[in-house]
Design a protein around this ligand. Structure first.
Ligand code: FES
Length: 124
């Protein structure tokens, strides 16, 4: 796994409101550029590959809108599969028990970075 751009920087911390819009980015995963996103939930940042477990489609119905109306679950716009924001596990619907692909993040100095084991991933 690896990267995106800007030396691992996904966005400024202030970009991610709790239960609000997410930050979309592109990263390299197993030699391919894939869409990904980060959201804030109950104060903590989480990131996932932006690909529904039901079909290989991006989740957001409009760019950056990943949460349901209550701000409790991530929801796929296409057929309504729901995922827990803090684990990516399927919370119901067409994901049929399959999770999102989680990514590591690090929040430091008011910025959010793509990271693994506490190390920022270099982004090409
Ligand atoms: S593509 Fe996401 S629920 Fe069908």
């Amino acid at each position: 796994m690896t990267t995106g751009r800007n030396n691992g920087l996904i966005c400024a911390s202030a970009t991610l409101a709790d239960g609000g819009r997410g930050a979309r980015f592109v990263m390299e995963l197993n030699g391919k550029n894939v869409p990904a996103f980060a959201v804030r939930f109950r104060g903590k940042v989480y990131a996932y590959v932006n690909q529904c477990a039901h079909q290989s489609l991006e989740l957001d119905w409009s760019k950056g809108n990943f949460f349901d109306v209550a701000g409790d679950l991530l929801i796929c716009a296409t057929h309504g599969a729901c995922y827990y924001p803090d684990t990516g596990a399927c919370a119901g619907g067409r994901c049929d028990g399959q999770p999102l692909i989680p990514l590591g993040v690090l929040e430091r100095d008011d910025r959010v970075y793509l990271a693994v084991d506490g190390r920022v991933l270099k982004i090409s």
